[in-house]
Design a binder for this molecule. Structure first.
Ligand code: FES
Length: 93
C-alpha cells in the first residue's frame, strides 16, 4: 500500500507559532494510532493560510488553527477521520 502524505506547514509564520513543538507530538499520535504504515509525515512550504494558525494538509484538505494546546483534539476529531476514510477506500480496492 502506498503511503499518503500528511503535511505540516514549516513556513515562517507557522514556525513562529510553534511548529517545532507540534511536530514531535504529531509523530507521537501517528504511532499511537498505528498509522506508520499508511501515513508519511512531511514538512511543507507555506500553505498560504498563514493567518489561521499552524496548518496541516491531508490530500486536498487543509486543517487550520492548530496549536500545541488543541493539536490532539484536532487530530482525533478532524484529521484522523480523513485518514481512516482514505484507508477504507484503499482496502476496498
Ligand atoms: S507559514 Fe504556514 S501557512 Fe504560511
Amino acid at each position: 500500500m502506498t503511503k499518503e502524505n500528511l503535511y505540516l506547514c514549516m513556513g515562517s509564520a507557522c514556525h513562529q507559532l510553534g511548529v517545532y513543538e507540534v511536530l514531535p507530538r504529531i509523530q507521537g499520535l501517528i504511532s499511537q494510532y498505528h498509522l506508520e504504515e499508511s501515513i508519511e509525515l512531511k514538512g511543507s512550504f507555506c500553505l498560504e493560510t498563514c493567518s489561521s494558525g499552524i496548518v496541516m494538509k491531508f490530500q486536498d484538505k487543509l486543517f487550520v488553527d492548530i496549536n500545541p494546546a488543541n493539536l490532539e483534539e484536532k487530530f482525533i476529531l478532524e484529521i484522523l477521520p480523513e485518514i481512516q476514510l482514505k484507508m477504507q477506500e484503499c482496502s476496498h480496492g
